[in-house]
Every structure is written in C-alpha cells, then in structure tokens.
Design a binder for this molecule. Structure first.
Ligand code: PMP
Length: 366
C-alpha cells in the first residue's frame, strides 16, 4: 500500500512521487481581444467543411461504438501522403500520439532524448509515462549541433529521440540532411514532431518516401490543430512503420476516436487547396511582423512556422507581456523556459490582429 495522505476523515493515497514535481502545461487563458499565444489558426474552418460535417453527424449511429480502426480517416490520410493505411495512426491531438509512443516505447527504465529549447510537452509527457528524459542543448541560433546529438545519443542509448521541426518555440525547421543524419545516429525511434510542417520548406515524410529502408525508425507526427483550423476537434496522427502503428494501437484506449472526429478529419482533407492558400497568407503576415521587428528594440529569429520568437531588449519580457495584456493582446511568455531567457512568442494572426500586436509592442518599447 502506498502512503496515505493525512487529514480528517478518510485519507486519499499520495500521488505517484515522480509526478509531484510536475508543473502542468498551461498557457495563460486570459480574456483578451487578440489571442496570439497558442499557435492556432486565426480563421475558422471553411463553411463547406462545417456544412458537410453537420450533414454527416446526422447520419452517425450514436448508440453504437465508432469504427475502432478509424478505417476511412486513416485511408484518406494515407492517400494524402502516398503511404499505406497500416502506416497511419490517429489520436486525440498529436499530444495523444506522443503519449501513445511514450507508453509503447518509453516507461520505467527507458529513455527519451530531446534538444532544448523545444516543445515542452515532449518532456512533460515523457515524465508522465515515467520515461527518463535526457536533454541536450541546441545551438544559440536554435539549430542542431550534430556533434552534441551524437554524444548525447551515444551516452543515453535512448528508445526515443524527439525533434520538433519547425521547432516550437524558435520557429526554425531542421534541414532534411540533418534529420537524416540524426535518424542514422539514433538506436531507437526518431520522432519528428511536424505540428507546423505545412509551413516548412521540407518534411521528414519526404525522407521516408525517398529511403524507406534507411528511415524505418522515423516517425512523423502531425496535427489538425494548426493549419487545419481544428484545434477544437482534437485530432492528430503519425506516419510510421506498421510495427510502430501496431505498438501504439496496443496502448490506445479502445474506441478513443469518436465517430464525429473521424468524419471531421476525413472531410477536412477535401480542403487542401484552401489550406495551402491560408498557409501562404499567414507566411506573408509573418514576413510583415519580421519586417516590423527590424525597427523595434527586439532580437528575433527567422521562422518556418506560424509564430515568431522575439526578445525585447530594453525591458524585461514579463513586463512587456503584461503591457501587451493591458492592451488586450495575449502572447506566450517563454522567458522562464530553458535557453529562452527574456523571450516571448507571438502567433501570426489576422492582419488586423497583427497590427494590434505591433502597435501595442511599439508602445510598450517606446
Ligand atoms: N507539437 C507541437 C510542436 C505543438 O506546438 C503542439 C501544440 N501546441 C502540439 C504538438 C500538440 O498539438 P495537438 O495536441 O493540438 O495536436
């Protein structure tokens, strides 16, 4: 029996001791007019998608469990990437894909390697699954130092290595040659989190296609939460070797993907052209923000994603963050994250939202 908490009445068991230090992953949910803190799409999904989904939801037999294999959704995703259905695994957001990978391949006595600064949930989910985390550092420009990667991987002998490309929160994508080199170095799985993959010049999916045997250990994780304007639907997936897909199916709960979500994802794939236009428009706005930063007292880094990292140079980041909130603009305060001292991250929004942000930032730094 574990320790039992003290207190009047019946005690509750203590939470797992290795979870006690975990600080939840929270982006401040503040009531503001301009929300540029969680890298969502600023636009709702296309009207046609919503109408088609509403139509289809009427036909769902809600008294029955959904298709456990998510057959039609997986087939549609497989076709869109030119892979087999047995290479696709879907889950409730890409976070659940990451959790399934860690449940299947991580756990007590196993190790995951990551390179900071990077997406904080890689570490967080690894710890929830009792996987040992070994962290290496990226270079100051947020690129990968392949010597550091080789050393850390050789020392840790990990079951999983995580890369995030484009990386959140730096925005920088790792090059295909670098990713291929890392895939050759790692003894286990190389998980490439491409939550922002549509904004990047290349994808690890191309590496898998070009050299299936040499990249068998490469897992590419994607989401409907960003480009697809469907963060509220909670749908993500991975493209991986069928053996990795089967391993994730072992740990996913039965019927974890509800019928409406399966339809939502499948129908969304009919709007690739619209999504590509949106990606182009957001990239243009990103360029406008970067150009405006050149005239402000901030340090910033080139982004291959739908957000931009910046460091105010004349005022503490937390003060700037609070002044932006006072102007009803919410950005992400990354200033306490490893390797990101003094940094804030802004999601690219609609042109008028970006104007509000730039005006408030200019005022704050005046
Ligand atoms: N990976 C990265 C790099 C992200 O930034 C996010 C969202 N913040 C996710 C995964 C999770 O996305 P979701 O669970 O909504 O698919």
């Amino acid at each position: 029996m574990g320790a039992v908490a003290e207190g009047p009445g019946r005690g509750l068991p203590a939470v797992r001791p290795d979870l006690e230090e975990l600080v939840g992953y929270h982006s401040a949910q503040v009531d503001v007019e301009v929300r540029l803190n969680t890298n969502e799409s600023p636009l709702p999904p296309p009207d046609g998608w919503l109408e088609a989904l509403a139509e289809e939801v009427r036909t769902i037999e809600f008294n029955r469990y959904p298709d456990r294999q998510a057959t039609a959704l997986r087939r549609a995703l497989a076709d869109s990437h030119g892979v087999g259905s047995d290479e696709v695994f879907c889950a409730n957001g890409s976070n659940e894909v990451l959790q399934c990978l860690l449940l299947a391949y991580g756990g007590p006595g196993r190790t995951a390697v990551l390179f900071e600064p990077t997406y904080t949930l890689h570490r967080h989910i690894a710890r929830i699954t009792a996987t040992t985390v070994v962290a290496g550092a990226r270079r100051d420009d947020f690129g990968l130092d392949l010597d550091v990667v080789a050393d850390i991987v050789a020392g840790a002998d990990p079951e999983l290595v995580f890369l995030c490309s484009p990386n959140n929160p730096s925005g920088r994508a790792d090059g295909p040659d670098e990713i291929k080199t890392v895939a050759g170095l790692v003894p286990g799985l190389l998980v490439v989190d491409e939550a922002y993959g549509q904004f990047a010049p290349s994808s690890a999916l191309d590496l898998r296609r070009a050299d299936p045997a040499g990249t068998r250990n490469v897992v590419v994780v994607r989401t409907f939460s960003k480009t697809w304007s469907m963060a509220g639907a909670r749908l993500g997936y991975m493209v991986a070797d069928p053996e990795v897909v089967a391993a994730c199916e072992l740990v996913a709960l039965p019927y974890h993907l509800d019928a409406a979500k399966q339809a939502a994802g499948r129908l969304a794939l009919g709007y690739v052209g619209e999504m590509e236009r949106r990606v182009a428009a957001i990239a243009e706005e990103r360029g406008r923000i970067a150009a405006a930063f050149a005239d402000l007292a901030v340090e910033t880094w080139p982004s291959d994603a739908n957000f931009v990292l910046f460091r105010p140079l004349t005022k503490p980041a937390t003060e700037v963050w609070a002044e932006l909130v006072a102007s009803s603009v919410l950005v992400r305060d990354c200033s306490s994250w490893p390797g990101l001292t003094g940094c804030l991250r802004v999601t690219v929004g609609l042109p008028e939202e970006n104007d509000r942000f730039l005006a408030a930032l200019t005022e704050s730094l005046r």
